[in-house]
Write a protein that binds this ligand. Structure first.
Ligand SMILES: [Zn+2]
Length: 307
């Protein structure tokens, strides 16, 4: 049994010589045991390889999806920031309007003001441009809706406020009297409130207006309809113009180089009343601008409605 051979004969078609291969029986038996084991191992390795390759592919997919999501989150954050900026501007604008309307007779106001129906996104250049771009489809649906709702709300609010302002603008006599324009081109160099004295003596003083700096000769324009109350010299202020706007409102213009109006004269909003200069107690060419309500200086910036 142990010395048995199996013989395989190979007989080619065009040759007379046949070939014989002797295989010991034990080898054949061993092969019958080992071969299936080898096949099994190869098959297992193949499956394992398929699994790993699949994992690598999935990993790559996940990475790119992750990148997309991160970009979307960034986009979302940018939009939220734009929205926040828009809401800030609305808040600022409404605070000013509120302060201004508080000056008006409340009964008169309620007779005339009815909030217009929401009519969003008409002419709101900045905010709408920021928000119009379509939101990525991959953004979570709920957040998407929240965001859209918030955007619309903010735009509606802004539109309402603008409409309200337009309506208030129709109250001509009152609104024409409000100093809502910046009286001269230039930089605000000194705000309203307690400041160190400009003379450099270290003394703190109440600065009762704002300073707008520009070159000598820059036109100073009336920010509202008014009557000239005073035009001439005044201690500390140099050559000054004082305008009376009615409703207890006065505006003062100090340090001018030239006065172009006379006391008693009526001036329109935007009319040049004087030229900027350096007269009186001044350290350089600028306009010292004050707004007084019933004789008390208030922050003029609170009235300026333009940027
Ligand atoms: Zn000043």
């Amino acid at each position: 049994m142990a010395n048995r051979f199996y013989t395989i004969m190979i007989i080619p078609e065009n040759s007379s010589r046949a070939r014989q291969i002797h295989i010991p029986a034990w080898l054949l038996r061993a092969a019958m045991v080992i071969l299936p084991v080898l096949v099994l191992i190869a098959f297992t390795l193949f499956l394992d390889y398929r699994f790993v390759a699949n994992q690598v592919y999935e990993n790559r997919e996940l990475q790119s999806e992750n990148r997309r999501l991160r970009q979307n989150v960034q986009l979302y954050q940018n939009r939220m920031e734009a929205l926040e900026a828009s809401l800030d501007r609305i808040e600022n604008f409404s605070a000013r309007l509120k302060m201004i309307t508080n000056l008006m007779d409340q009964d008169q106001l309620s007779q005339h003001i009815e909030l217009p129906p929401p009519n969003a996104a008409a002419n709101l250049s900045f905010a709408s441009k920021q928000l119009e771009t379509p939101i990525e489809q991959t953004l979570p649906r709920k957040e998407d809706q929240n965001f859209e709702r918030l955007s619309l709300k903010s735009l509606t609010l802004e539109q309402n406020l603008h409409d309200l302002y337009e309506l208030l603008s129709d109250q001509k006599s009152f609104l024409n009297a409000l100093p809502t324009k910046k009286p001269a081109e230039g930089y605000f160099t000194n705000g309203f409130g307690v400041r160190l004295s400009p003379l450099g003596d270290g003394v703190e003083k109440m600065h009762e207006g704002v300073d707008v700096a520009n070159v000598v000769g820059t036109p100073i324009r009336s920010p509202a309809l008014a009557t000239v109350l005073y035009a001439g010299r005044k201690s500390g202020y140099g050559q000054i113009v004082i305008l009376d706007h009615g409703y207890g409102l006065e505006t003062w213009y100090g340090h001018t180089s030239r006065i172009l109006v006379k006391a008693g004269q009526k001036v329109k909003r935007g009319q040049t009343i004087a030229l900027m200069g350096n007269s009186g107690q001044s350290t350089g060419s600028h306009l010292h601008y004050e707004v007084r309500v019933q004789g008390i200086p208030v922050d003029p910036l609170a009235y300026i409605l333009e940027n």
